[in-house]
Design a protein around this ligand. Structure first.
Ligand code: HEM
Length: 411
């Protein structure tokens, strides 16, 4: 048996990491790893559900402030929520919770439904579509872009720049920079874009969007300019580059498994559990990062204070100790929603209500048209192999023009 080593840059892990995760969970639930490049630091990797749930909730011994060093020639001590601890995190999180809380989100479904109907209409008018570009990227980008209030006329660039945020995070976690050339530059381009947008609002009337709200908080002395900018780019990237993989992966399952599609068409009320089971099964964020404030001993391994830890939530969600038969996709799984795909503890994703609402409306709106849509057998869906999020990056779908819609009623 070969010695266990974990190379987060291994492209095979981007497509089918499950057997390897199982070996890690069983043989080395806390594994010490060497950085892939001389510039990268050494780190630990954790893979079991209970350990990860504990670590993410341990504010006393565990810090989220992981990016504080030179990376690819740029100093990235990011003033972002995801990279901060209390009290800064608490302040930023309060603002975000308001922006994404029940009151703010209650007005969104109407607009989201409109966007979905528009995109489905466009899709059905063509003989074939590339679903990732035309639907899964477009929908969250339009929604999050509108909520934030940034113009989307440079859509292709914004898409590339926002992807770079997760790619850069993957480098911190030991990824190979050669796999994501230019990602630091792209990340900085996004920072500059949001900076311009925020600066353009200084002294101007409130435009009714999140960025105007953040700028008014800067004027009131509540937030620094860097914090405003970081909240802007975090929001764009965290909201788009995760939800798109949920939408694309869910759609691929519906098209590849007619029994699943029939069941959901007949019982659309199962959609919410379908979404939770998808998030458990193929978590778009496979990994989050933490740094230890104190020594932590687990399974006989002492991780010293200061250590960086790759926390594999994607593996936790396939841990049979928590989810029986974890490699079976089961929309009736009673504890599917216990997954850690949205993280846990104080950094638990504040966008969960938006992501769940958007995906629920999208799948329900797609059900009546599934019989007209099929995966192109000549060009099967492709998984993302670059570091960053996990899921389908390209999916060609054929659209039958001869078949009428099954039902137009909202499911
Ligand atoms: C399927 C969709 C989504 C997934 C899988 C996801 C996943 C995650 C995860 C795992 C974290 C925790 C990171 C950590 O602990 O280090 C997180 C945090 C975050 N997410 Fe999401 N997310 C999704 C959708 C969204 C949406 C739609 C938004 C915004 C509209 C959003 C905004 C954020 C923000 C701002 C944070 C940082 C929170 C903090 O550090 O306190 N996410 N997300």
């Amino acid at each position: 048996m070969t010695a266990l080593t974990y190379d987060p840059a291994d492209p095979a892990l981007k497509v089918d990491p499950w057997a390897f995760y199982q070996r890690l969970r069983d043989e080395a639930p806390v594994l010490s790893c060497t950085g892939a490049t001389p510039e990268a630091e050494n780190f630990y990797v954790m893979t079991r559900y209970d350990d990860i749930a504990m670590l993410l909730r341990d504010k006393n011994r565990v810090s989220a402030h992981v990016v504080d060093r030179l990376l690819q020639g740029a100093f990235l001590d990011l003033p972002a929520m995801v990279n901060s601890d209390a009290p800064v995190h608490t302040k930023l999180r309060r603002v975000t919770n308001r922006a994404l809380g029940p009151r703010a989100v209650s007005s969104l479904p109407l607009r989201v439904q409109q966007l979905i109907d528009e995109l489905i209409g466009e899709m059905l008018s063509k003989p074939e579509v590339e679903f990732v570009e035309e639907f899964t990227t477009e929908l969250p980008l339009r929604l999050v872009g509108e909520m934030l209030g940034v113009p989307l006329d440079r859509k292709a660039e914004i898409t590339r720049w926002s992807e770079a945020v997760l790619e850069t995070a993957s480098l911190i976690g030991g990824g190979d920079p050669d796999l994501v050339p230019g990602c630091t530059e792209d990340f900085l381009a996004l920072v500059n874009f949001i900076d311009e947008q925020a600066t353009g609002r200084v002294g101007c009337p409130h435009r009714g969007d999140l960025l105007s709200d953040l700028v008014s908080r800067e004027a009131a002395g509540e937030l620094s300019h860097d914090e405003v900018v970081a909240m802007g780019w975090s929001f764009l990237s965290a909201g788009k580059d995760t939800t798109m993989y949920l939408l694309g992966g869910g759609m691929q399952m519906l098209l590849a498994d007619p029994l699943l599609a029939d069941r959901l068409i007949a019982e659309p009320e199962r959609t919410d559990n379908f979404i939770e089971e998808y998030l458990r099964f193929n978590s778009p964020t496979q990994l989050v990062l933490r740094r230890l404030k104190e020594d932590i001993e687990l399974h006989g391994v002492v991780m010293p204070a200061g250590s960086l830890v790759d926390v594999l939530v994607g593996s936790a969600n396939r841990d049979p100790r928590k989810f029986p038969d974890p490699d079976v996709f089961d929309i009736d799984r009673p504890n599917a929603a216990d997954h850690l795909a949205f993280g846990a503890g104080s950094h638990f994703c504040p966008g969960t209500a938006v992501a769940r609402m958007l995906a629920g409306l999208a799948f329900r709106a797609l059900y009546p048209h599934l019989h007209r849509l099929s995966l192109d057998p000549e060009r099967p869906p492709q998984m993302r192999v670059k570091p960053g999020a996990f899921g389908i990056d390209h999916m060609d779908i054929l659209v039958s023009q001869d078949t009428p819609a099954l039902a137009t009623a909202r499911l």
